[in-house]
Design a protein around this ligand. Structure first.
Ligand code: TA6
Length: 307
């Protein structure tokens, strides 16, 4: 399988996006003002040996590794997708990537519903496409899932988005912070504590690995992220529908900080100063896709203050 990067240019605005067929992982989005939105580690592997450390890795059917027999964060980001034709018109440019589960060998696990039997068959099947679109200052990603098998399955899915924090200022609250989660339930994956987000601003002052779950009345995620000493700001809006019905979208905020940064071979020891992950996802663990059902999950990233 080719892993040559796919370069999407929006001729009308000069915006540009790069994505790899391996994992259908977007690794770069530059606005019409040449402002880079995404972070990729200098040590990231781009040779298909492991998921790319940065950009927008795709997570499905599990977040984390509840099924120990399947890779952490599932198998979308560690298999080759097929890129479709690039489109480029006055209003936007983009490309669609598709993944046929029949070609997904790595990471299905060898027990449980997702594994293959001796004839390489599985009761489970799902078709997945990723549609990437860019305009002068926005990057949108939509995953379409269809249960094309003959049994229902539980799933989680998430855009594991790494934002570049300009000027290496992720630990400076006035340069890097996230707003929009006030009133959310919070599960801290480090301390195992459950709490409610009562501060408007979230900052990075330690290893941060928290799941933010919206109150009952909220389905979509709408956050504003300050992304560096250049005073740049990004808005992120995420929403999901199952056969047209809203699905609540949670979000993970992650920064590995000192120790976790040192522990990752594909991440520079000091790179935690240069990034923040804001990851919208369907994470309840109780969401089921019945046979024939379709889920559409979208993330729209807009650069607000280009400098
Ligand atoms: O999204 C946060 C998280 O689940 C962290 O716990 C950390 O493991 C991060 O994802 C990166 O996971 P990865 O498998 O890409 O190293």
């Amino acid at each position: 399988m080719s892993n040559d990067p796919i370069v999407i240019q929006h001729s009308a605005s000069g915006a540009k996006c790069i994505a790899y067929p391996y994992g259908a992982t977007i690794t770069s989005f530059e606005t019409s003002e040449k402002h880079q939105v995404l972070f990729v580690s200098q040590l990231a592997k781009r040779d298909g040996s492991k998921a790319i450390r940065g950009g927008i890795p795709l997570v499905f059917p599990q977040f984390g590794q509840p099924n120990k027999d399947m890779p952490q964060h599932g198998f979308l980001r560690c298999n080759y997708w097929t890129p479709g034709k690039i489109f480029d018109n006055e209003s936007e440019a983009g490309c669609e990537f598709s993944l046929d589960l029949k070609n997904v060998i790595h990471g299905r696990g060898s027990d449980g519903k997702w594994s293959l039997d001796s004839s390489q068959q599985s009761g489970l099947n799902v078709t997945v496409t990723l549609v990437v679109k860019i305009t002068s200052n926005t990057l949108s990603t939509t995953c379409h899932f269809t249960n094309t098998g003959n049994i229902p399955f539980e799933y989680q899915t998430l855009f594991h988005t790494y934002y570049k924090v300009h000027g290496s200022t992720a630990l400076q609250p006035d340069c890097c912070n996230v707003q929009g989660f006030k009133g959310y339930q919070v599960y801290d994956q480090i301390t195992k504590e459950h709490l409610v987000q009562d501060e408007e601003r979230i900052i990075i002052d330690r290893e941060v690995d928290r799941i933010y779950t919206p109150p009952a009345s909220v389905n979509n995620a709408n956050v504003t992220i300050s992304t560096g000493s250049d005073r740049s700001k990004v808005s992120m809006n995420a929403f999901a529908k199952m056969d047209g019905k809203d699905i609540p979208v949670s979000c993970v905020v992650w920064n590995p900080f000192v120790d976790k940064a040192k522990a990752m071979a594909d991440f520079g020891d000091d790179e935690y100063h240069e990034m923040i992950c804001i990851e919208p996802g369907i994470l309840s663990g109780k969401d089921v896709m019945e046979v024939g059902q379709r889920v559409e999950f979208t993330q729209i990233i807009s650069v607000l203050d280009q400098v």
